[in-house]
Design a protein around this ligand. Structure first.
Ligand SMILES: *[C@@H]1O[C@H](CO)[C@@H](O)[C@H](O)[C@H]1NC(C)=O
Ligand SMILES: *[C@@H]1O[C@H](CO)[C@@H](O)[C@H](O)[C@H]1NC(C)=O
Ligand SMILES: [Ca+2]
Ligand SMILES: [Ca+2]
Length: 371
């Protein structure tokens, strides 16, 4: 059976009627600068356009990937385990404490960056890097896991990294962000379209992974996704009330500290930081906690459902709303430029439906103990 999924696009809270999650906030809070708010990179949504001819279990099956792909469900030979352990990310302990989450000076108020609030998180361990293609490949090799983008048969790819021949076959684009194209055959193995591969990108962040895919990987590794609070606490690297993981200056001493976009988005990427697309993980300096690429390179999924409304009361280990339609992602990507997507700040945030996948969205895992 051929499944058909329409791509609908929510114009970034500029149109309040269309913005299902942010409409109340967008009305009650000052509007963000149009350019900054109309970032297309986080508004990609899959939605069933036609009545499904198959029951929906296919999709709910991946809502509980932890059971199917748990370590115990996939016992392996000890020698295979040895290889796989080697390939796991190094983790660092993030010593718990209190921090100021969010900001009272939001660059994009409609995203719910404020208010600033006191949050306590307990200690945890965090991968020092984004999960790489090689790590994800090792997971897939052992478990046979199939990502949602592979099941759906397509994923979103930034036009600028597609080959001309693939681009020419595409007739559909995301209305308010025409640089995003739904590309058949794009998935983690073919991140820049069906004619691309990861042979030379094994140490780059895995892309085109849905939220459930990320959860499945972390569960398999006996880890989990970070909460938004854990992620932001880790991003700040012990600094208080700063924009970036390393401070307030984007390019201290003229150096680049993250893989972002330089030039004129979306037409010209001057790649002054050395990379037009993703970079190998850990190509840029670590923050004060020893974490690399917390902002830039690939966006990172968190476990929280999305809301733009936050209590100002002090919270301990907040986990976000109990339910929702979108999941929170943090950190921005190699596609972020101040002119349209100033989201490579620790307080910045964005959202996607959990079944979304794109050529700039990945993840890293955390755990309660050392793995
Ligand atoms: C996964 O399997 C493929 C095919 O056998 C192999 O080429 C690749 O090296 C394996 N990757 C990992 C990370 O084990
Ligand atoms: C991967 O892509 C490179 C560059 O386009 C190409 O030369 C190579 O043959 C491809 N490898 C595979 C296994 O398809
Ligand atoms: Ca770059
Ligand atoms: Ca990142």
């Amino acid at each position: 059976m051929v499944r058909c999924f329409a791509l609908f696009f929510v114009a970034a809270c500029v149109n309040e009627v269309l913005c299902s999650q942010g409409s109340v906030g967008a009305q009650s809070e000052p509007a963000a600068p149009q350019g900054a708010a109309s970032c297309g990179c986080e508004k990609l949504k899959r939605a069933a356009a036609v009545e499904p001819v198959e029951p929906v279990e296919d999709r709910t099956a991946s809502a509980h990937p932890a059971d199917k792909y748990s370590r115990s469900a996939n016992e392996r030979l000890p020698e295979a385990q040895g290889d796989e352990e080697k390939i796991q990310s190094q983790m660092v302990v993030i010593t718990g404490g209190e921090f100021l989450m969010g900001t009272d000076d939001p660059a994009i108020p409609a995203d719910g960056e404020g208010p600033q609030r006191l949050v306590h998180v307990d200690s945890f361990f965090m991968d020092i890097q984004e999960v790489t293609n090689q790590q994800f490949q090792s997971f897939v090799n052992i478990t046979g896991y199939i990502t949602e983008a592979e099941t759906f048969g397509d994923s979103f790819v930034f036009e600028g990294i597609l080959s001309e021949s693939v681009k020419n076959q595409i007739t559909q684009a995301v209305a308010a962000a025409p640089w995003w194209l739904p590309v058949k055959g794009a998935n983690w193995r073919h991140p820049n379209g069906p004619d691309s591969n990861i042979t030379d990108g094994l140490d780059h962040p895995v892309l085109h992974v849905s939220w459930a895919d990320a959860v499945a990987y972390c569960s398999w590794a006996n880890k989990r996704l970070p909460t938004e609070a854990e992620w932001e606490y880790a991003c700040r690297g012990g600094l208080k009330d700063r924009l970036y993981p390393w401070g307030n200056n984007l390019n201290p001493k003229g150096q680049h500290y993250a893989n972002l976009w330089q030039g004129d988005f979306p037409n010209h990427n001057s790649a002054e930081d050395g990379y037009v697309k993703t970079s190998p993980v850990m190509s840029f300096p670590a923050n004060g906690f020893g974490l690399h690429d917390m902002v830039g390179n690939a966006w990172e999924w968190t476990s929280d459902w999305w809301t733009v409304h936050h209590t100002t009361e002090q919270q301990h280990n907040p986990t976000g709303p109990p339910s929702g339609t979108d999941k929170v992602k943090k950190g921005g990507s190699y596609m972020c430029h101040k002119s349209y997507c100033y989201r490579y700040r620790c307080a910045a945030r964005s959202q996607n439906t959990p079944d979304s996948a794109a050529s700039n969205l990945g993840f890293r895992c955390v755990s309660q103990g050392q793995r």
